[in-house]
Design a protein around this ligand. Structure first.
Ligand code: SAM
Length: 385
């Protein structure tokens, strides 16, 4: 199948999708909860531009059904009014998708299912989202929406902080590796390379492969893509690698863009939680494959969360002290990356509370780190003796 996700893909949820779907489960209700409750009519708009079938053959919920479940719960519990656009180009997948959506007909969620290409609905999505929060989930198997169309949208109609717009893009490293091989090859195909030019917004990526296709070159491309996307849209853009198995190279990055300090904070926390779910599944998959094994490779390789978080508390405590020296009193959510440092996306936000408490114990802040959510904590200078 030319566009990538055939019957094999839809048999059961593979490990990369465990990570991706857990991330959606953790992050989406927080984005729509935080922004939708302040929005006109408590409305939010969501696009899954490469929606797939909605559910795997074994009954596991895929991205569409997960979102419908979240939308249903938030309608019941918080009175939020979701409008969802689900787009799928492949005929067979589009039929399966419509059947899953039909099961949710009674739910008070407005759903538009489109059998076709994602670019055909972008104008409708923008019109539906006028004045209200918008989330764009673009999850192709290979190359995605042309860069200029994405950045134009994000720097014109959806360039404001409010109503908020956020994006989550699947950036295929497999496609970058494959097409990167064309750059120095005598048989390099210009049409193929031009498709990557369109996706990343220019020919700049070609220079990265002048010495061949290496992991370093592929990582450099995704990093530069994020930097350029951030500069061209005014968003803070970050990305997380997604792997098939612990020892494998990443097959894609999930690239996240937000203009909200809260978005950045919650995305990092959600990533840490999705990583835990991914490790759990790695162990389960291995145990199923070899039920007699005394221990699984994943179990031996898996970093212990306790150890990671213990190290992180120490580092984050020093990051907080440095921020206090530099800025005076501050709120942690306003300095997410500086607070978490190298631990961003790796540890849950409860570690920040522990770090504030540690700083307090050392007499270096008057904040005791108690109460409220970790992201709302303020770090204030110690009272003068
Ligand atoms: C990785 S799968 C989607 C998985 C789904 N988002 C999930 O997590 O459950 C990508 C899907 O995009 C579809 N697709 C490919 N090109 C498309 C396009 N231009 N517009 C809409 N859908 C497309 C493919 O048929 C495939 O079902």
């Amino acid at each position: 199948m030319a566009i990538g996700a055939g019957d094999e893909y839809w048999k059961e949820q593979a490990l990369p999708s465990v990570f991706k779907h857990t991330l959606l489960d953790k992050y989406m209700p927080q984005f729509t909860g935080m922004t939708g409750s302040a929005a006109r009519g408590r409305r939010v708009v969501y696009l899954d531009g490469y929606a797939g079938r909605g559910r795997y053959e074994d009954g596991t919920r895929a991205s569409v059904e997960r979102i419908l479940t979240i939308a249903q719960n938030q309608h019941r519990n918080a009175g939020l009014d979701w409008t969802c656009f689900f787009v799928e180009q492949d005929d067979e997948s589009a039929v399966a998708l419509v059947q899953v959506i039909a099961e949710y007909a009674a739910v008070r969620v407005t759903v538009f299912a489109h059998h076709g290409a994602v670019l055909e609905v972008l104008d409708d999505v923008i019109a539906a989202a006028a004045g209200v929060p918008l989330f764009l989930f673009l999850d192709p198997c290979g190359l995605g929406v042309p860069y200029h169309q994405l950045t134009e949208l994000l720097s014109t109609e959806r360039s404001q902080t409010w109503p908020p717009t956020e994006i989550l893009l699947n950036f295929s490293l497999e496609a970058v590796r494959r097409i990167g091989g064309h750059v120095m090859s005598p048989k390099g195909n210009e049409t193929t390379m031009a498709r990557l030019d369109a996706t990343v917004g220019g020919r700049w990526w070609r220079q990265r492969f002048a010495a061949g296709v290496t992991n370093k070159a592929v990582t450099a491309v995704v990093q530069e893509f994020c930097t350029r996307l951030g500069a061209d849209t005014g968003m803070t853009v970050t990305s997380v690698p997604v792997r098939r198995a612990p020892t494998h190279k990443p097959i894609y990055h999930l690239v996240f863009g937000t203009r909200s300090p809260y978005g950045l904070w919650v995305f990092g926390d959600s990533t840490a939680r999705a990583t835990q779910a991914w490790w759990d599944s790695c162990e389960e998959v291995e145990a199923d494959t070899d039920p007699n094994a005394l221990f699984t490779v994943a179990a031996t390789m898996r970093p212990s969360l306790d150890t990671i978080e213990e190290v992180a508390v120490g580092r984050i405590t020093e990051n907080l002290a440095a921020l206090l020296a530099q800025h005076g009193d501050f709120k942690v959510v306003d300095h997410t990356i500086a607070v978490f440092g190298e631990h961003y996306g790796q540890v849950r936000d409860l570690v920040v509370r522990k770090a504030v408490q540690e700083l307090h114990k050392q007499g270096r802040t008057a904040s005791d780190g108690r109460g409220g959510r970790p992201r709302e904590l303020r770090v204030i200078r110690p009272a003068s003796p």
